[in-house]
Design a protein around this ligand. Structure first.
Ligand code: PLP
Length: 351
């Protein structure tokens, strides 16, 4: 069935093992993040057989459905309304609200379970995390009193909303805060979680300060790139996932529409370049499945646009020869991978 995602398990395993190796050599543990491929069990099985220290997802539904013996980490700040599932289906959750942690404690008591939390600190990226040190110390003080919650560590998330790039200065701040907690409360903190794929440049160049002992990595493993600068990484595949779509129409037609131009199907007024008559292809995949700006053709094809169920291509200058029924291959970005993995119209094929 087309369109389909082609998933190369060997390449996934290669990327996974490479990151785990580099991290373990420097004494860091890794939470392998499965959200970008909706915790596909075929890939979770590969993680299960690897030396991954933890498995992590932002959705409790994904943690619930996956089969694994690894410690499970919930990445998105838990909702009070899902507290029962958080306690049942995750071993560790990332948190920033005392009220929620107290709630988790109550549910953990009812279930006779010990749940671990990592307190998230906002070091400037302005997504999740406690921003002010006063609030942090107050939260720690209360959390360590809770009978069924263990404060497993602290963490931060960077380059997600504000685009803030990890640096030695930012990490020194995190490590100073760790010292302050340890000294104030006489406790030890097992996990100091420094971030996501945007910390890989520092990891690979051995620039992460000692004391940062954990990273949460998703994108780098599936796309072979770090995310602070968007650079592709050496010795990593960037085509673990490819998209294959079928050509359903292929005709020579003009490059500008004929007639008065009003709105398109999405209420926008489109603009066109006049390239004369060109060979135009239509593939059977559309906005419902993926944003056409987020897929990259392997062949010299230009993507002209899309509607709900069609993507329109300029196939005038292709290297390969195509006919109706042939397929076109695309490389993917993070957001196209996310949307294709959650579209029910896309089938999956493993090689
Ligand atoms: C998604 C996510 C990650 C993983 O990010 P990648 O860029 O895919 O490596 C790490 N931490 C949190 C809190 C996340 O939500």
């Amino acid at each position: 069935m087309l369109p389909k995602l082609i998933i190369n398990k060997k390449k996934f395993k290669h990327n996974l093992d490479h990151i785990l190796n580099v991290a373990h050599k420097q004494g860091l543990t890794i939470m392998v993040v499965t959200k970008v491929f909706s915790a596909d069990q075929n890939l979770v099985d590969i993680i299960n057989l690897s030396s991954a220290d933890y498995i992590a997802d932002s959705r409790i539904e994904n943690l619930k459905s996956m089969k694994t013996d690894k410690e499970k980490v919930l990445l998105r700040i838990p909702s009070i309304s899902e507290a029962q599932d958080v306690i049942t289906y995750s071993d560790i959750s990332l948190n920033s609200e005392l009220k929620t942690i107290e709630y988790l404690n109550n549910v953990a008591i009812e279930n006779n379970i010990i749940h671990k939390v990592i307190l998230m600190l906002d070091l400037g990226d302005l997504r999740e995390g406690i921003f002010y040190i006063d609030e942090l110390l107050k939260t720690v003080k209360e959390v360590i009193k809770l009978s069924n919650i263990v404060l497993a560590g602290i963490g931060t998330n960077l380059t997600c909303y504000g685009g803030v790039i990890p640096s030695a200065t930012i990490y020194d701040k995190l490590l100073n805060i760790k010292e302050e907690i340890v000294n104030n409360f006489g406790i030890s903190l097992q996990i100091i979680s420094g971030g996501n794929s945007s910390s890989l440049d520092m990891l690979l160049n051995r620039k992460l300060p000692k004391g940062i002992n954990n990273l949460r990595i998703g994108e780098a493993i599936v796309l072979g790139r770090e995310t602070a600068y968007g650079d592709y990484l050496d010795n990593m595949y960037n085509d673990v996932f490819t998209l294959e779509a079928e050509i359903v129409e292929l005709k020579l037609k003009p490059s500008i529409p004929i007639g008065e131009i009003g709105m398109n199907a999405f209420g926008k007024t489109p603009k066109f370049d006049d390239l004369g008559e060109i060979l135009r292809g239509i593939i059977s995949i559309g906005k419902q499945d993926v944003d056409h700006n987020e897929i990259i053709p392997f062949d010299t094809i230009k993507i002209l646009g899309s509607s709900s169920d069609h993507i329109i291509l300029n196939m005038n200058d292709t290297i390969n020869h195509y006919e109706i029924g042939d397929t076109v291959l695309f490389k993917l970005s993070y957001s196209s991978l996310l949307s294709l993995n959650t579209s029910k119209y896309i089938s999956k094929h493993y090689v």
